[in-house]
Design a protein around this ligand. Sequence first.
Ligand code: PLP
Length: 376
Amino acid sequence: MTQIPFLDLKAQQARIKDELRRRLDTVLEHCQFVLGPEVAELEAALASYCGAAYCVSVSSGTDALQIAMMAEGIGRGDAVFLPAFTYTATAEVPLVLGATPVFCDVDPLTFQIDPAHLEQRIGAVRAAGKLRPRALIGVDLFGQPANWPALSTLAAREGIFTLDDCAQSFGATLQGRQLGTAADATAVSFFPSKPLGAYGDGGALFTESAERAALYRSLRTHGEGTTRYEVLRTGMNGRLDSIQAAVLLAKLTVFADELAIRERIARIYDSRLGNAVGTPVRVPDSTSAWAIYAILLRDGAARDHVQASLKAAGVPTAIYYPRPLHLQPAYRDSHDGAALPVSEDLATRILALPIHPDLTDEAVAHICDSVLAAVA
Ligand SMILES: *Cc1c(COP(=O)(O)O)cnc(C)c1O
């Protein structure tokens, strides 16, 4: 039985190797390793790709979230609303800044933050009178966009800042527009396994606001002013390096093709598996970047069985996420005890199948056969 890779960065590298080599050689020649010319070129290319006015590249997706929150002055006494069913970084950032994460439940069909529950949670925080509702971090989970039309309307009414955690979903569209302008600021990750991945850590912030973009540039370099040795505010070392920008510029040349291949694979999974297991429900009027293709099994025992059968058949799987954040040791003390039943249920039954642009048709067919055999 041949082993199918969950992700195949070697095969991808073979497809872009000439452009990658040329880009890397250029960096080795000029030796401007941090914020070199590739970084400015990448920022312009990414802003143009998603139609955002400003792009500020940073050192990771987590740092993008943190810089965006720092720029708003978010800290002690502030409530930051976010989904419980997401990666840890979304909740970590408000806590690092002294703010309080307020966990919201997600939609059982699309797995995206539930606007109705968010509204309830904001109301409860206001009624309790202990914390100031300040910000929403909406996550575009698994490659699909969150329900930004509803989230933005609610946030505007409540007067809170919106940050789009688009770490998994750069390349997706909502109502015909690329993600990047759906919220007051958008944070993207270039971790190697994300749809647009570097060869190390990297990230970017997008915004329509010139003031915010200027703050992000200052904050990523220790709060510097117009000269390097003028320090205006407390910042951090959050810059992108030129080698990562060079890799991303090479990968951007094939990104649209890769998204199309991911979509094609998702459709094969949908049609072959849709009657046997729960397959992803599409967010209306959107396209997905398919960072993750997650199926839902009947219960935890069924998931364990399917995962073990697939492993025996050479098919790797992953569980995003085995535990919602409000039940994690690091966060449970900051959780107010609100029930989040959908997040808890998804954590017991969800299973991610391989999806990447170098997955062959034979591999996709084998994965489908193996899932169908396991649930038969
Ligand atoms: C990957 C990820 C992050 C963090 O990105 P890094 O670049 O790894 O710091 C944040 N939020 C979500 C939802 C993610 O999936």
